[in-house]
Design a protein around this ligand. Structure first.
Ligand code: DX5
Ligand code: ZN
Length: 217
């Protein structure tokens, strides 16, 4: 029986108050903190870069899980290592050399993640399984919080089978809520990212709602 981790995405937090938001979700039971980096090029939205991520670092007592939705990735790997990312995830669709990118992420001292858009098959990571610590299965088209869940349970199950006994996490990102979480966990996921489902209804002044939302996922 696999222990499921909840990784709230601060994409749904108050952008003027990240430090307090991170403290609040960790106090309310977050296992990891998921940080969505968007460049307005790989995805049609912009969030923040390595300077902001470095400013988050002192607040994160658990695991800082940085999801890069940027292209190219390689020129920024050292900046995210310096910012203190624990896990750095790059999209397989972001460039022609994901193998080199994963090697470089590990070489910089971080755990290496690879993310797959909904249209990208499980088999695309067949030759990367020994180079990766985490496979992020997108269950929305990346770019925005609050989108509708796309069912990827067959892909998740296939990946779990391909991974075998390797120590590789399967993370699910997009549309995770109390209805969809059991489906992906059952299929083999062990890290669940959730943005809107964690932050909805709460605030740093009313953080108990975050705790309730996390407990219900
Ligand atoms: C989507 C991001 C997700 C997003 C999830 O591009 O990678 O991490 O914040 O948000 P919800 O849980 O609201 O779908
Ligand atoms: Zn994400």
């Amino acid at each position: 029986d696999r222990k499921i981790k909840i990784a709230p995405s601060i994409l749904s937090a108050d952008f003027a108050n990240f430090g307090a938001e991170i403290r609040a979700i960790e106090a309310e039971g977050a296992d990891w903190v998921h940080v969505d980096v968007m460049d307005g090029h790989f995805v049609p939205n912009l969030t923040f870069g390595p300077m902001a991520v470095k400013a988050f670092r002192p607040y994160v007592k658990t695991v800082m899980d940085v999801h890069l939705m940027i292209a190219p990735v390689d020129p920024y790997i050292d900046a995210y290592a310096d910012a203190g990312a624990d896990v750095l995830t790059a999209h397989i669709e972001a460039g022609p050399h994901i193998h080199r990118t994963l090697q470089a992420i590990r070489g910089a001292g971080m755990k290496a993640g690879v993310a797959l858009n909904p249209g990208t098959p499980a088999e695309s990571v067949a030759h990367l399984l020994d180079l990766t610590d985490l496979i992020c299965v997108m269950t929305v088209n990346p770019g925005f919080g609050g989108q509708k869940f796309i069912d990827m349970t067959a892909k998740i199950a296939r990946l779990r089978q391909m991974i075998g006994d390797r120590p590789v996490h399967i993370e699910i990102d997009g549309g995770v809520d109390p209805k969809t979480a059991p489906l992906v966990a059952q299929a083999g996921a062990d890290v669940l990212v959730a943005g809107s489902a964690v932050f909805r209804g709460g605030s740093v002044d009313n953080p108990g709602v975050y705790g309730q939302n996390i407990a219900e996922i």
